[in-house]
Design a protein around this ligand. Structure first.
Ligand SMILES: *[C@@H]1O[C@H](CO)[C@@H](O)[C@H](O)[C@H]1NC(C)=O
Ligand SMILES: *[C@@H]1O[C@H](CO)[C@@H](O)[C@H](O)[C@H]1NC(C)=O
Ligand SMILES: *[C@@H]1O[C@H](CO)[C@@H](O)[C@H](O)[C@H]1NC(C)=O
Ligand SMILES: *[C@@H]1O[C@H](CO)[C@@H](O)[C@H](O)[C@H]1NC(C)=O
Length: 331
């Protein structure tokens, strides 16, 4: 009981603190001089990045990526590779055939492959884990594989977060005082969005892409406010990075691990545009096709590949499944 009370008090204090930060007029100095990040607006998703100088859609690598990713998931209803497998299996079942190429579509076990050059000479190991959902599975696995690592578990949906921090496995980690749990989502800016109970019930995981504050609510459904935080600010607030008096960024994040149903594009693009991506050793994410951006998501995905390859090198990856990028100096 006492632990629960402490956790509740802490989350109330943390939420108040986060809210107070959200509403201060000048949240924190923008991390690094960088090209202006032009449009943050989710509603004009279509044009984003595709026109920007950081993505050259005439490049062969872009065209190849675009063709491959669109051919891989021709089915409009499918949002990730595992769904393609189920879909194809169902079709093949009629003729008693088995699906022999499933590994082209889905590779969830790869995300736990040992990390190369994970920990630097300082021996410090910090992991930012976005989309912990209600079990924090991936974070717990990292903790068990790498005893040195501290993991920040982030989950914005109250119903998931509540279950998360009350699970026995997580309570044990909480008691060590080494790991951190926050009820926030990560994005390309600080934001508050509304979701409904229906949004939460519809799937095991909730995509926040395309959601916004005060959307029309004809059913008069109960709304839940979710807090999204700017990825570029979070790295400094959690002291993964800091700045010297002359604005030089110091520090390093060992791993950003994103399983956040579409937030991966906003977050990684933001880190690229603020030049903070260079302070992250390993970037690992599941790519998704949330329905709100499905029509343009292949373009966005392939632009991201191009932009990330300036600083990082792909170790493995399947579109609409899992991929891992290592910073070039670590290869
Ligand atoms: C495949 O079809 C059989 C009937 O022919 C059915 O019993 C089985 O559940 C089906 N399996 C899948 C994965 O759909
Ligand atoms: C598929 O297998 C089931 C049982 O194994 C059999 O009854 C059925 O006739 C087969 N269908 C085809 C199209 O071969
Ligand atoms: C995988 O196999 C299925 C069924 O045989 C086929 O429809 C699909 O095109 C194959 N996918 C790839 C990427 O080759
Ligand atoms: C900024 O300060 C750091 C040490 O605090 C130093 O290593 C670096 O060279 C300085 N950079 C510039 C541009 O003065």
């Amino acid at each position: 009981m006492r632990i629960r009370t402490v956790i509740y008090l802490c989350s109330i204090v943390a939420s108040l603190w986060i809210l107070s930060r959200l509403f201060t007029s000048n949240p924190s100095p923008s991390p690094i001089l960088s090209p202006v990040y032009v449009d943050n607006d989710r509603h004009i998703e279509e044009k984003r990045d595709i026109d920007s100088s950081s993505c050259d859609i005439s490049m062969d690598s872009y065209k190849k990526c675009y063709k491959y990713t669109t051919d891989l998931l021709p089915y409009e209803s499918v949002s990730i590779g595992i769904e393609t497998i189920l879909f194809l299996k169902k079709q093949l079942n009629i003729t008693n055939e088995t699906l022999v190429n499933a590994s082209l579509y889905w590779n969830q076990d790869d995300r736990f492959k040992p990390f190369k050059n994970f920990i630097g000479s300082t021996n410090k190991c910090e992991v930012l884990y976005c989309g912990a959902n209600d079990a924090g599975t991936d974070g717990l696995e990292f903790i068990s594989q790498y005893a040195n690592c501290q993991v920040w578990f982030l989950e914005p949906v109250a119903q998931f977060y509540d279950k998360l921090i009350h699970s026995q496995a997580i309570l044990e980690k909480l008691q060590t005082g080494k790991h951190h749990f926050y009820q926030i989502g990560v994005s390309n800016k600080n934001d508050l969005i509304d979701i409904t109970l229906q949004d939460i019930k519809e799937a095991q995981a909730v995509t926040l892409i395309g959601k916004q504050q005060n959307k029309e609510n004809p059913m008069n459904e109960m709304k839940y406010k979710l807090i999204l935080r700017d990825a570029a600010e979070i790295l400094f607030e959690f002291h993964m990075l800091s700045k010297t008096i002359n604005q030089t960024v110091i520090g390093e994040l060992n791993l950003i691990h994103l399983n956040c149903e579409g937030c991966e594009y906003d977050v990684i693009e933001r880190l690229i545009k603020t030049n903070l991506i260079q302070y992250i050793r390993i970037v690992q994410f599941g790519s998704h096709r949330p329905s709100a951006i499905r029509s343009s998501v292949s373009q966005r995905y392939c632009c991201l590949q191009q932009m990330l390859s300036a600083t990082h090198q792909l170790e493995f990856g399947i579109p609409w499944a899992w991929e891992r990028w290592l910073r070039k100096d670590l290869f």
